[in-house]
Structure formats: C-alpha cells, structure tokens
Design a protein around this ligand. Structure first.
Ligand SMILES: NC(=O)c1ccc[n+]([C@@H]2O[C@H](COP(=O)([O-])OP(=O)(O)OC[C@H]3O[C@@H](n4cnc5c(N)ncnc54)[C@H](O)[C@@H]3O)[C@@H](O)[C@H]2O)c1
Length: 253
C-alpha cells in the first residue's frame, strides 16, 4: 500500500515533450490536479514551459523544466538523476515526446528513418530504463506511452513513424509483463488526429481528409488525450496493465 494520500496529488510525474501540444495538455492537467510535473524537453521547450507555467492558475510552481533529449540515453539518465535528487521519487512517466519525418518508403532517407526511430521508440525505452529501478524500489509506478492510431493502421508516408508507434505498443506490453509484480503498470494511448502543431504542419487537404474520415467529424483536442492519460496514471488504475487505449473519434476501431 502506498503512503501518498490520493490518486495523483503529490506524485512526481515526468512528461517528455511536456511543454506544448498533447504533452502541454498532460502537464497542465497533472499540475492542476496537484502533481509535481517534471517536463523533459529540448532547449526550445524551456521558454514553452515558461509560457505554460504562466497559463496555469495557482499551480505554476508544480511544473519544473529539465533539459534533455530522449533520443540520447546519457541525457535521459542525467535528467532522471536530477529529478530524483530534487524530488526523491518518480511515480509516473509519460513518454510523449515525438517527431515526424514523412516520405513514402521509396523516398524516405535512412536519416529520416533513424531519427524517428531514435526519438519515438528508443527514446521511450531509454526513459523507461532510466526510471525503472526507482519505481521498482518504491514498489509503485505508472508508465504511459503515447503511441498513435497509425501504429495500428499504418499510414502512407509514415513508415518510420508507424513502425516506431507500433514498436512502442510491443514495448508497452513487455514492460507491463516484466514489472507487474512490482507495483508498476505500463499502458499505451493511441491518439487519432489531434489539433497540435504536429498536425498543423500537415497539408490542409490532408487535414480535411482526416476530419472527413473520422466518424465524429473533427480533430481531437489535446485535453481529450490528457484526460485519458490522467485516468491511467491514477493510483486506482492499478488493474489496467498492458492496455492500448484508442482515442481517435472512431477513425480506427
Ligand atoms: N498530434 C497528433 O495528431 C498525434 C496523433 C497521434 C500521436 N501523437 C503523438 O503524441 C505526441 C505529442 O505530439 P504533439 O502533436 O503534441 O507534438 P508537438 O510537436 O506539438 O510536441 C512534441 C514535443 O516534444 C518535444 N520533443 C521532440 N523531440 C524531443 C526529444 N528528442 N527529446 C525531448 N523532447 C522532444 C518537442 O520539442 C515538443 O515540445 C507525439 O509522440 C506524437 O507522435 C500525436
């Protein structure tokens, strides 16, 4: 039995790429619910985290920024050491940081393939590896990996991204098996098309097609993903393990 009093308040939660978009909504939700949020991000995310803090009403002090590139294992362990030193524990990890580099397979460069696999698949593994000893030692942990609907369906022009997001589901299920007896759960959330800068970078015609082919006929909001992640991070969600939650407006079932 954990000694902390409720589902999330007081928990130390890492959100990679947690300064904007889906990650920003997750950080906001967790901070407003009383968690201590450690945002791990690239140098550009420092100012974004400041803006996010400025938008929070009364919970800005709950959000702390740590610079780190999830694609580099040494930088992950350095950030984790700093968080452990400052806060003494790590309760939750949200592997949210992700990138795209789209081209059809015939045109995709090897660099584009490697870069997306490094950040979107090796990154979550590095972060999990870096936090797992601490979680096992405290006999408590909640890990949520942000996959994607295209990891399940495939998508033209996204061989690297779809492969990484599908791989993330295999990683999720394996971690869920390996540490289930240690109070640590690991689940994945697979968003559909969500209104963030990542989607805004798509050609307008592609966004229109995505909306038209989504049964609820709109893009999702980052807050709708944050709500699902918050649910899975709760102490009371301990019987949900190795699951993949589709939050995609019915685009893929
Ligand atoms: N937007 C969508 O429609 C959608 C759909 C499905 C899944 N996703 C996934 O959700 C996650 C968030 O997407 P988003 O749309 O909010 O993206 P975004 O581009 O708006 O934000 C991503 C954040 O991650 C940070 N980041 C990138 N590389 C990093 C690295 N190596 N180390 C640390 N931080 C890094 C960026 O600086 C940025 O702050 C991603 O994993 C993405 O693949 C998004």
């Amino acid at each position: 039995m954990n000694t902390l009093s409720n589902g999330i308040a007081g928990r130390v939660c890492i959100v990679t790429g947690g300064a904007r978009g889906i990650g920003g909504a997750i950080s906001t939700r967790l901070a407003n619910d009383g968690a201590i949020v450690a945002v791990i991000g690239l140098p550009a995310d420092r100012d974004r985290t400041e803006s996010l803090r400025a938008s929070l009403n009364g919970s800005a002090e709950n959000v702390v920024f740590y610079e780190g590139d999830v694609g580099e294992y040494e930088r992950c362990t350095k950030a984790i050491e700093a968080i452990l030193q400052e806060h003494g524990r790590i309760d939750c990890l949200v592997n949210n940081a992700g990138i795209t580099a789209d081209h059809t397979a015939r045109k995709m460069t090897i660099d584009e393939w490697n870069a997306v696999l490094q950040v979107n698949l090796s990154g979550p593994f590095f972060m999990i590896k870096a936090v797992l000893d601490a979680m096992v030692a405290q006999n408590y942990g909640r890990i949520v990996n942000i996959s994607s609907v295209v990891g399940l369906s495939g998508n033209v022009g996204q061989a690297n991204y779809a492969a990484a997001k599908a791989g993330l589901i295999g990683l999720t299920k394996t971690i869920a098996l390996e540490v289930a007896t240690k109070g640590v759960t690991c689940n994945a959330v697979a968003p559909g098309f969500i209104a963030t800068e990542m989607v805004a970078a798509m050609p307008p015609a592609a966004i229109e097609r995505a909306v038209a082919s989504t049964p609820v006929q709109r893009l999702g909001q980052p807050s709708e993903i944050a709500r699902t992640v918050r649910f899975l991070l709760d102490e009371e969600a301990g019987y949900i393990n190795g699951a993949v939650f589709n939050v995609n407006g019915g685009w893929y079932m």
